[in-house]
Design a protein around this ligand. Structure first.
Ligand code: CU
Length: 604
């Protein structure tokens, strides 16, 4: 007997706002009978309805949890793991008073996918846009969410994302704009991976000489729930795992999706994994992909979807299968040799017995190293016509960023153009804003790599260095970035790296095999309908080209979203429109050189 908690779809639209302002209601027929005063009140309420302030008090601490049925330490927000879901409307202001109740660690939260227009200090990247919040202290994030989209938030200090500091961030269309997609209900699925070794120990291993790799995750989680010691599909597999049985309130019991027949549901999918690339499928059902990283795309139908860490998608699923049955939902590992069983849950037609497991095996995850299949999926994603701006036809600047793994004094590091990023003690935003010359190395890292570099073999020379220089751009220039993959330290191995840019969406202009050939490969760029994203995959031994406009004054992290890779230096930093950065709250900069600078300034 399998007992599972009930999760219902969130009904749409946000009825609380409907009665304040609804163009469809006949109330305006009576306008002539209303006093002008009432019209003013209605107008003010209508304005409020389209842009409200949503304020939250969050306390972060560790607690014991059972994400995959085995006890471990999880990071919780107000006692919840994963953290609470934020629902807002486009145009709203989000205010989060974040209190660090951890006893021995700093804390920040990054609002992944939110561009932070005019609020670069609220981006939540420790050492880049702010100082980590000290234990016992509270920091207030205050930012506007300008457009609808599926996003999430997560820790961005040390490896706190791996420790479970994440939650969903869903922005709906402003009430007066209306959502253009049609669906009857929606579900939010936040995917992550989970290790039994604690994060501090993982971090120590990665920083040790020789490096101790964290290995593959024990479990994949869906909304913080997985099953380590049992399987929801044990009856179909030849593993020794028993069939899962759950007690009421078990934290590792999967959230099932309860659906009615012949309806369409929006599945908002986000991946906060530390390492895993995942393949998501719903048994017997097709998925229509309609949104990627908060931007509408040209809809296409697929059996399954690859999702990399840092990416989000919306999928439309129509419940048109036999309504007397239930169906498996699976998220399995791709891109790395899978040593972690897929996460499973159940799509439950309310017309079928809710305790019944599906009658046939769950979807099979495609072969982990079928990279052509992965690339074909990425290449199906195009901007929805008319909803997203087209890229400028030419660029002003170009970076070609070689991704390598190398040793520095025996420590394993990831490097970009042979520089492994070591984020300095003073946040870049403070050093740049107050022109503190010694906050970081003022010479920029290389914009290209040596043309004779052999990307097909392990790195032969050993000149990789730690560094903290950044790329500085003027305001409103168009920048092309070509990510160039290469072989790692071990022969015949090149990994997928999902790159994530803060403060921007970028256009994905194209993908290619081998070395990028300047003057030739630009001709293959898609300038007609490239998708706007904030995260893009770089495939083994290939290149990925993207373009963005430096229209958001600030300092922005651009890095591999695989948490151990970032920890080992796989990132760069962009600064743009430095002289146009607005006011930065002093609280963001109470560390390093900025601390002394602000004390001197405030107490002359
Ligand atoms: Cu990576």
């Amino acid at each position: 007997m399998v007992l599972l908690p009930i999760v219902s779809p969130i009904s749409l639209p946000h009825s609380i706002y409907i009665y304040i302002y609804d163009e469809q209601t006949p109330s305006f027929t009576y306008t002539s009978h209303m006093s002008m005063w009432w019209i003013v009140v209605v107008a003010i309420l209508a304005h409020t309805a389209s842009a409200s302030v949503r304020e939250y008090n969050w306390e972060v601490e560790y607690k014991f949890g059972w994400p995959d049925c085995k006890e471990g330490m999880v990071m919780a927000i107000n006692g919840q793991f994963p953290g609470p879901t934020i629902h807002a409307l486009a145009g709203d202001t989000i205010v989060v008073h974040l209190t660090n109740k951890l006893l021995t660690e700093g804390l920040v939260i990054h609002w992944h996918g939110i561009r932070q227009l005019g609020s670069p200090w609220a981006d939540g990247a420790a050492g880049v846009t702010q100082c980590a919040i000290s234990p016992g202290e509270t920091f207030t994030y205050n930012f506007t969410v300008d457009k609808p989209g599926t996003h999430f938030y997560h820790g961005h200090y040390g490896m706190q994302r791996s420790a479970g500091l994440y939650g969903s961030l869903i922005i709906d269309a402003a009430e007066r704009k209306k959502e253009t997609l049609r669906y009857d209900g929606e579900f939010n699925l936040l995917l992550s991976d989970w290790w039994h070794e604690d994060v501090l120990s993982q971090e120590l291993g990665l920083s040790s000489r020789p490096m101790r790799w964290i290995g593959e995750a024990q479990s994949i989680l869906i909304n913080g729930r997985g099953q380590f010691n049992c399987s929801l599909a044990a009856q179909f597999s030849n593993t020794s795992l028993p069939v899962c049985t759950f007690k009421d309130g078990d934290q590792c019991a999967p959230q099932r999706l309860h659906v009615e027949p012949n309806k369409t549901y929006r599945i908002r999918l986000a991946s906060s994994t530390a390492l895993a690339s995942l393949n998501f499928a719903v048994q017997g059902h097709k998925l229509v992909v309609v949104e990627a990283d908060g931007n509408y795309i040209t809809p296409f139908t697929t059996e399954d979807i690859d999702i990399y860490s840092g990416e989000t998608y919306s999928l439309l699923l129509t419940t048109n299968q036999d309504p007397s049955q239930n169906y498996y939902i699976s998220a399995g590992v791709r891109g790395r040799k899978p040593n972690t069983p897929p996460a499973l849950t159940v799509l439950n037609y309310v017309t079928a017995p809710s305790s019944h497991l599906p009658s046939s095996p769950p979807p099979e995850t495609p072969r982990w190293n079928d990279f052509d299949r992965s690339k074909n999926f990425s290449k199906k994603i195009f901007a929805a016509t008319g909803t997203t701006p087209s890229p400028p036809e030419t660029s002003n600047e170009r970076l070609i960023l070689l991704n390598t793994q190398n040793l520095i004094d025996g420590f394993t590091k990831w490097a970009i153009n042979n520089v492994s990023l070591a984020v300095p003690g003073t946040p870049y935003l403070g050093s740049v804003k107050y022109n503190l010359r010694t906050g970081f190395n003022r010479s920029s890292p290389p914009k290209d790599y040596p043309s004779d570099y052999d990307i097909m073999n392990p790195p032969r020379y050993r000149e990789t260095k730690r560094g903290n220089g950044i790329y500085v751009f003027p305001l409103n220039v168009t920048v092309d970035v070509i990510l160039q993959n290469a072989n790692g330290l071990v022969a015949n191995a090149s990994e997928i790296h999902p790159w994530h840019l803060h403060g921007h969406d970028f256009w994905v202009l194209g993908y290619g095999e081998g070395k990028f050939k300047p003057g030739v490969d630009e001709k293959t760029y898609n300038l007609k309908n490239p998708p706007l994203r904030n995260t893009v995959a770089l495939y083994p031994y290939g290149w990925t080209a993207l373009r963005f406009v430096t229209d958001n004054p600030g300092v922005w992290f651009f890095h591999c979203h695989i948490e151990p890779h970032l920890h080992m230096g796989m990132g760069v930093v962009f600064a743009e429109g430095i002289d146009r950065i607005g006011k930065v709250p002093d609280e963001a900069l109470g560390c390093g050189l900025t601390k002394q600078f602000l004390m001197n300034r405030n107490n002359p």
